[in-house]
Design a protein around this ligand. Sequence first.
Ligand code: LIP
Length: 287
Amino acid sequence: MSPVSPVRPRAEPAQLLDLAVHAAVQAGQMLSKGRSPGRPEVVCTKSSPTDVVTEMDRASERLIIDRIRAERAGDAFLGEEGGYLQPANQTLVRWVIDPIDGTVNYLYGLPDWAVSIAAEQSGTVLAGVVHVPERGELFTAVRGGGAWLRRDTQRGRDAEAVRLRCAAEVPIDQALVATGFGYQAASRAMQGEVVAALLPAVRDIRRGGSCAVDLCSVAAGRVDAYYERGINYWDRAAGGLIAAEAGALLGGLPGQPPGPELTIAAGPGLFEELQRLLATLSRRPGA
Ligand code: LIP
């Protein structure tokens, strides 16, 4: 007879968020202070020669995992840089970590990079934080509790949290749409064709360089929508919850959840129109 796995109680989302915030702020301080005046050393590349890993990506992921394990030894981790302990049991809490989302911005000294940490259980993200140290911004959400922004976190001040609401019912021709591009030349060529076809239909396009920051920008109404192909789960796990808790709809191709094929986030009204348009554009020959 196979052993029956013990039923674990549902983890407390507010406590998970608290731990995620502490780990993210600590990692953000290390990344900001530890950044050398020149460019950080690239230790290896992944999907293409421009898809880099710096020593700081690895140090950040190590710090976050060690910080969380010190309090929750039995949890599982999925980290962009190879974080370990895949769950044997779906009811474990799993931490989904992008130690630097927007690594190329970090490499060049541009401010839009983030530490992104989500906590999920049984496949549902319960809590998420996206910390943007160079802007002193901390975006947080727990499922069902709304999305929030606190500023000046780096300076240790307990700034008041502001509740976020995404823009709703924006007509597509008025929409400011953020997007991003993958690291492989062939997928960039396709992404270029899609964006060229979309550009005349919208207000304008933005390419910030971090999926996590883009999703928080949707949450804060700083852009009206975000879409991208080729996004990994660690890029969007925390930002996706924050956007959803701010009222955004998230999805992929029509009828699909967000995934590597397509990730879209936008307020009601715009989401449906953008999804239809992107589905048509990605069916075109060559796209
Ligand atoms: C990056 C994303 C960015 C996207 C890149 C890449 P990384 O993540 O956040 O928006 O366009 O393809 O996935 O590599 O900096 O963690």
